[in-house]
Design a binder for this molecule. Structure first.
Ligand SMILES: [Zn+2]
Ligand SMILES: [Zn+2]
Length: 143
């Protein structure tokens, strides 16, 4: 996060940059098959932010509908996956934490879709694990 508390980041090559004002709503590890295929990595860690405070400030990402009413954005030049938006999460943008300038400051709170986790991926933490997506994820802003 920047000195102002905003979340900033961008793609590998720097062509696309974003800023999210208002801070993080939540941070989760997602083990679902869709994220795995989309990211190329066995687990995808996301931070949720409010869409009203989110903007791409440099460049324009590519986008595709990865499933009905789900849009994933990426850098068209270097291919870095950047964000996820879905109709079932109105008002939220989910940012790939690995693209943040300072990802170490956002600590994951839970695993979702743990039922789809790779059996060889052991993550030794005490975080709550949900087989799918829990209903009513607490939307408490992180401090
Ligand atoms: Zn790029
Ligand atoms: Zn997922």
């Amino acid at each position: 996060m920047s000195d102002s508390g905003n979340i900033e980041g961008g793609c590998r090559c720097g062509a696309v940059r974003y800023r999210a004002e208002g801070g993080a709503l939540w941070v989760s590890h997602c083990h679902c098959n869709e994220c795995r295929r989309s990211s190329g990595a066995p687990v995808s860690t996301f931070v949720g932010v409010g869409s009203e405070g989110f903007a791409f400030v440099t460049g324009a990402p590519g986008a595709y509908e990865s499933s009905p009413e789900v849009v994933r954005r990426f850098c068209g030049a270097c291919g870095t996956p950047l964000t996820y938006e879905a109709a079932v999460y109105p008002g939220e943008v989910h940012i790939m934490v690995g693209t943040l300038d300072a990802p170490e400051g956002l600590v994951p709170e839970r695993h979702v879709f743990d039922g789809e986790r790779m059996p060889w991926l052991a993550m030794a933490d005490d975080l709550p694990r949900h087989d799918t997506l829990p209903q009513g994820i607490p939307r408490v802003p992180l401090s």
